[in-house]
Design a protein around this ligand. Structure first.
Ligand SMILES: NC(=O)c1ccc[n+]([C@@H]2O[C@H](COP(=O)([O-])OP(=O)(O)OC[C@H]3O[C@@H](n4cnc5c(N)ncnc54)[C@H](OP(=O)(O)O)[C@@H]3O)[C@@H](O)[C@H]2O)c1
Length: 261
């Protein structure tokens, strides 16, 4: 990311403790300018240890009470440490689960919706008055699977479809406030995601989190509504666009079927 293009005095980031979020965090920490960073996740990111202007509030974002409880702390932090300047909100925390829905754990499926969907809506709605008042932007983590139904990752893909559509709609609403909204749509990326999803056998081409984050910065700078990261992912999505959704779902079912039958 180019130094001069980063015109935010504060960043509120979710999930900076691992993967894509940790990479967003590292690239902001590498900037020479002063930026107040506030990370929300269950674990503290190692990279912020001993760093000035970098704060971690432990928060399980799948719990709405935890979001309500942490928001006044964010407000206070911004008031005390960074009262002016534009704010960047990065809604990154999320997880997926791979497997047959009929065999899935219901509590985990519901927890996924709470984190991937409800927390994004909740935190954004609480933060929005500050973004409108001070100016700002938002990056929401969607996914390539947000573009199509994905059997055996059905709930996960549907949560990302929500994030994608919701971000594009919000982007139009927020234009009058000059707030940029970017839906970031990575394909398979080398992070802890696949282990959490129980999908370690996936034979696909992975991007690095650094490649994904670099594409996100460029897309935000040029005010794109969404960006699909990586050439092969871009190609795949542009082909899928012309195919009937039912056909795409059937084809994904063949690729993703856990027992290969
Ligand atoms: N990797 C991929 O292939 C891929 C592709 C497309 C989209 N994405 C999306 O990218 C985002 C980041 O995922 P990743 O690939 O970087 O996976 P990751 O390495 O597993 O990181 C997930 C992050 O989410 C946080 N998180 C999980 N549960 C949370 C909770 N209950 N409350 C607060 N934070 C929570 C984790 O922090 P704690 O454990 O400390 O809470 C962690 O920092 C997700 O939204 C994911 O859906 C990933």
């Amino acid at each position: 990311m180019k130094q001069k293009t980063f015109d935010y005095s504060a960043v509120i980031l979710t999930g900076g403790s691992s993967g894509i979020g940790a990479t967003f965090l590292a690239s902001i920490l590498a900037l020479k300018q002063k930026v107040v960073i506030c990370n929300l996740s269950r674990h503290k990111p190692e990279s912020i240890e001993g760093r000035e202007d970098c704060y971690h509030f432990e928060c399980d974002l799948s719990q709405s009470e935890a979001i309500e409880a942490v928001f006044p702390k964010i407000q206070e932090l911004l008031r005390e440490k960074c009262p002016t300047g534009r704010i960047l909100l990065i809604n990154n925390s999320g997880f997926g689960k791979y497997g047959k829905f009929e065999e899935s754990d219901l509590a985990t499926q519901l927890n996924m919706i709470e984190l991937n969907v409800c927390a994004v809506v909740h935190l954004t709605r609480l933060m929005l008055p500050l973004l409108i008042e001070r100016g700002g932007a938002m990056i929401n983590l969607a996914s390539v699977v947000g573009f199509f139904p994905a059997p055996y990752m059905a709930t996960y893909a549907a949560t990302k479809s929500f994030v994608l559509d919701w971000s594009l709609a919000l982007r139009e609403e927020l234009k009058e406030h000059k707030i940029k909204v970017l839906a970031l749509c990575p394909g398979a990326t080398k992070t802890g995601f696949f282990k959490v999803a129980n999908a370690t056998d996936f034979k696909v081409k992975f991007q690095s989190a650094e490649e994904v984050v670099e594409e996100a910065w460029k897309a935000l700078e040029s005010d794109k509504g969404f960006v699909v990261s990586g050439f092969s992912n871009k190609m795949r999505i542009s082909i899928y666009k012309f195919l009937p959704l039912l056909w795409v779902a059937r084809s994904i079912a063949k690729q993703f079927r856990p027992d290969g039958n």
